[in-house]
Ligand binder design. Structure first.
Ligand code: NOJ
Length: 763
């Protein structure tokens, strides 16, 4: 808790007069307005602006209001709704300089209406759908009196053991960059100052997704070319799209914690990239510099953080405690403090808060009667996006779509799991609003088919795991076990299966299993659920697995048991309806994986765009002394970009408009895609490029373009992709962004593996 001297009421009056004095620059002149304001601020008030706090038992609302009125808090990050936030803003306007507060929250995949988790959004490969998520989120969040969200999370994740894989957009740099840009633009709308926009804070800068071993909060060690080519572009793309700020990562990078990394925040972010927004530490990260072993005490931690470029500290008392002394001793300069304050005030300015501190809070008479009401939801949008996020992994003998007839057995611990539908970081989503798979199937089959339900198993048979998941971050226990013995649950499911024509088993992870601080050592479906699958398979009934999970799972064994597999992630408020739409063919699945599914955890890291190596494994050419694992088949279980449809799509030969490309010129790659099936449907045509020989080993392929197309049954369309020098550039060993002359391969396919190829020469 910071302890600062109380500011007198008289001072407040003086300052108010000073601000309103004729010498004060007009609000329109941002730089002059903020400089003038900084000129009025005491050191305590400046430090107060750097403080981002959450409401907690130690910081109850009344105390917060006092602190705000004394000018000692800049914003909050877990308070929402107008009735909650208005008294705090009132308090801010009672402070000496009347600097408004801002209110932030983690609105990642929806605020009230919950959309699929980010990994599911990525699987849509549909920027219109993703823009819809961003806009809807901003509309709902701003109506919740929020000004800022800690999103998008654009950390590239190539180790699915990491629980936060669920929060990002997968393994690919290009796809993640596009999604980051799209979301930033949609969240911020015309400008973050608009009443129905919120400011986007890109996170976690940087490389959090590369934590060693996929263990959360672990270290990151990475070469600069890999960093520049693969991991940094999504942050940059999101910032170039106008994101107002960045949240700094909890991890260290090559031995330096990001929170203390001057190179990262000053040299790269501000100088090289020209970033002008606010930087916010992650929760408690300044204090953690001591445990990282780079600061001997709180004083040094605060000094390192502010000097490295952390403007605002999240839930940390160190700036308040230590900056006054550091300023006095001259270890931190007034200019350094002012710079941090300038960024915070700049963000408030950009959110329109100086113009109208109540821009999102509104007037009391506009308060909603029920912030948690059904009428807040955008169900149609949620269903539409959720359908697009589902990925059909298997469909033997056209098991799917199912008929709405006969008897369907619905089993599995996730079939009726309203909390899990929402996934992790589900903002203010309410489980009672979730349409579960059971409810979705009930509605779809009502009056047409009989639905028999049995739970079949618990999430996990391991009490220690269940206890951990229930302890994790959540307000109430999330996993409520059926107390009956596992064998009894399985028997009941088998009985249901025997009396049915088909079995739909909803299995996978509870949402807490793919969450912050939920790293796993295995990617398997928990054993009790596998036992259930085994027993269901033994009934001989057609078996459809509906997977719920926030990371790739290793499901080689399940693939052999199931007739069809539908990957549904955690699909949100309308997930159950969306899943029913796909299972019954009311929607033809079109999702494609944004992350590789390995066969086993031992293959990790496994990602499609790995560098060329000297002794590559060559499928179909067995032999030793090539790069492979000898105990199991090599290659992924499901590659990046993969996903089936109820239709079949065929690609014509790929044609390039020329075989030599001059710099500054473009080359057209043309391919015709035909829907040869009997369903109308969408597919994603993906274009990859390989730099065959360069000054450094380059990836075997990299996604450079894609188009999602809707084709009626029998319809064909010719697609053209323009390839330019920019698509061929990379950061070389000297970190120059160059396209080197020589041969390039262009690959086109409906996933990253089954591609056809043509070549050209860059002159
Ligand atoms: C910690 C998480 O790492 C970060 O992603 C989140 O935004 C903050 N907590 C605030 O909730």
């Amino acid at each position: 808790m910071i302890k600062l001297p109380l500011l007198g009421l008289a001072m407040g009056l003086v300052s108010h007069v000073a601000l309103a004095a004729p010498s004060a620059p007009p609000l329109e002149d941002k730089a002059a307005f903020i400089d003038h304001l900084i000129g009025q601020m005491s050191v305590e008030e400046k430090i107060g602006q750097l403080r981002l706090i959450s409401i907690s038992p130690e910081m109850p609302r009344e105390k917060i209001r006092e602190e705000i009125a004394a000018g000692r808090i800049g914003g909050t990050f877990n308070s929402r709704t107008a009735p909650e936030n208005r008294p705090m803003q009132d308090a801010a306007l009672r402070s000496r300089l009347k600097i408004p507060m801002f209110f932030a929250y983690d609105t990642l995949h929806g605020e009230r209406t919950i959309f699929p988790i980010s990994l599911g959004l990525a699987a849509t490969w549909d920027m219109d759908a993703i823009a819809k998520v961003g806009r809807t989120s901003a509309i709902e969040a701003s109506a919740d009196a929020l000004d800022m969200t800690f999103a998008p999370m654009v950390d590239i994740a190539r180790d699915p053991r990491w629980g936060r894989t669920s929060e990002g957009f997968g393994e690919d740099t290009y796809l993640t960059s596009k999604i980051g840009q799209t979301l930033v633009r949609a969240l911020q709308g015309k400008s973050p100052a608009e009443p129905d926009s919120i400011m986007a804070i890109v996170k976690h800068f940087a490389l959090y997704g590369a934590v060693e071993g996929g263990r959360d909060y672990n270290t990151v060690d990475m070469s600069l070319p890999k960093m520049y080519n693969d991991y940094l572009p999504p942050y940059r793309a999101s910032l170039d799209a106008g994101a107002g700020g960045v949240m700094v990562a909890l991890n260290s990078i090559n031995g330096v914690p990001a929170t203390a990394d001057t190179w990262l925040m000053n040299d790269l972010l501000r100088k090289q990239w020209g970033f002008k927004g606010v930087t916010i530490s992650d929760h408690g990260a300044i204090q953690e510099l001591i445990r990282h072993g780079v600061a001997r005490d709180g004083r040094e931690a605060a000094k390192l953080a502010i000097k490295a470029g952390i403007d605002m500290s999240m839930n940390d008392t160190l700036y308040g405690q230590e900056l006054p002394g550091l300023l006095k001793s001259g270890e931190v300069t007034q200019a350094e403090l002012d710079q941090a304050v300038r960024e915070v005030l700049g963000a408030k300015y950009d959110m329109g808060l100086f113009k109208d501190p109540y821009v999102r809070i509104g007037k009391p008479d506009t308060d909603l009667k029920d912030y948690y009401g059904e009428d807040r939801l955008h169900r149609e949008a949620a269903r539409d996006v959720a359908r697009r996020s589902l990925v059909l992994l298997e469909n033997r003998d056209q098991t799917l779509p199912l008929k709405k007839a006969g008897t369907i057995a619905l089993v599995g611990p996730l079939a009726d799991a309203p909390i899990d539908m929402m996934g992790s970081w589900a903002a203010d989503g309410r489980p009672e609003h979730s349409v579960t798979v059971r409810e979705g199937l009930r509605r779809a089959t009502e009056g047409k088919a009989k639905l028999v339900y049995a739970r079949g198993s618990n999430i996990s048979g391991d009490k220690a795991i269940v206890d951990y998941l229930n302890f994790l971050n959540f307000a109430a226990p999330e996993i409520v076990d059926d107390p009956r013995p596992a064998a009894v649950l399985i028997d009941e499911a088998v009985k249901a299966a025997r009396q049915s024509d088909v079995v739909v088993a909803v299995v996978g992870e509870s949402r807490g299993m793919s969450h912050e601080s939920s790293s796993r050592t295995t990617l398997e479906i928990p054993a009790v659920q596998r036992e259930l699958i085994k027993a269901l398979k033994a009934t001989g009934k057609p078996l459809v697995l509906v997977l719920m999970n926030g990371r790739p799972l290793s499901i080689a064994w399940e693939r052999e048991q199931a007739d069809a597999i539908l990957e549904t992630w955690f699909s949100g408020t309308e997930g159950g309806n969306a899943i029913a739409d796909v299972l019954f063919g009311d929607y033809n699945p079109s999702g494609k994986l944004a992350i590789t599914f390995p066969r086993s955890v031992g293959q990790i890291p496994m990602y499609y765009n790995h560098l060329s190596i000297g002794r590559p494994y060559t499928p179909g050419k067995p032999g030793n002394y090539t790069s492979q694992y000898f105990e199991e088949p090599n290659g992924p279980l499901y590659p990046f970009g993969y996903g089936l449809s109820y239709s079949q799509f065929e690609l014509s030969d790929l044609a390039l408009s020329k075989t030599a490309l001059k710099r500054g010129d473009t080359l057209q790659a043309e391919v015709t895609v035909k829907n040869t099936g009997t369903f109308d449907g969408e597919t994603v045509v993906q274009l990859y490029v390989q730099d065959v020989s360069a000054s450094m080993s380059r990836p075997v392929k990299e996604l450079k373009h894609f188009q999602k197309v809707l084709l009626k049954a029998g319809e064909a369309r010719t697609l053209t992709f323009a390839i330019s020098e920019d698509d061929l550039k990379f950061y070389n060993g000297q970190l120059q962004h160059v396209a080197e002359p020589g041969q390039f391969n262009v690959q086109v396919g409906l996933d990253s593996q089954a591609v056809q190829q043509q070549s050209f020469e860059l002159l």
